[in-house]
Ligand binder design. Structure first.
Ligand code: SF4
Length: 120
C-alpha cells in the first residue's frame, strides 16, 4: 500500500486549492482574531510557511507552493525542520482517516515518485 519514504516531493511542491491571496487574507484575519483556534482549520496559519511557485488552472489543486521548512539532514536526505510540530495536512497525508473511499492498494499520491505510489 505504500508509505512515506522521505523523498520530499510533497514538501517541495505543496499543492492546494487556495490561492496565495486567500491564504494571506486568512492569515491576516487570524492575526486580528485570536479567538480562532487554528486547530479548527490550518488555512488560517499556513501562509507564512509557504512560498508560491506557480498556478495550473486545469488541476484540482491548482496552486503550487514550496514549504520553507523543507530541509536536508546531515546525510542530505529530505527532512522537515519542524517535524515534531508539522501541520496536520503533513502529518495525516494521504488522509486515509478522512477520505474513507481511498483504496490503500492503489497509487494515490499526485506526486510522481512518491512512496505512497510504490506497491510495497
Ligand atoms: S511542514 Fe514539514 S512536512 Fe510539512 S510540507 Fe513543510 S517540510 Fe514538509
Amino acid at each position: 500500500m505504500g508509505r512515506c519514504k522521505r523523498r520530499g516531493h510533497c514538501c517541495q511542491d505543496v499543492r492546494l486549492a487556495e490561492s496565495p491571496e486567500l491564504l494571506r487574507e486568512a492569515y491576516e484575519y487570524w492575526l486580528r482574531s485570536p479567538s480562532i483556534d487554528p486547530k479548527f482549520s490550518e488555512i488560517y496559519i499556513i501562509y507564512p510557511m509557504l512560498t508560491f511557485l506557480f498556478e495550473r488552472p486545469d488541476e484540482d489543486l491548482p496552486y503550487h507552493y514550496r514549504c520553507k521548512h523543507f530541509t536536508r539532514d546531515s546525510d542530505n536526505l529530505p527532512a522537515c525542520s519542524i517535524y515534531e510540530i508539522r501541520p496536520r495536512m503533513c502529518r495525516d497525508f494521504p488522509y486515509y482517516e478522512d477520505v474513507t473511499h481511498l483504496d490503500r492498494n492503489e497509487p494515490l499520491s499526485p506526486y510522481d515518485g512518491c512512496g505512497y505510489n510504490d506497491p510495497d
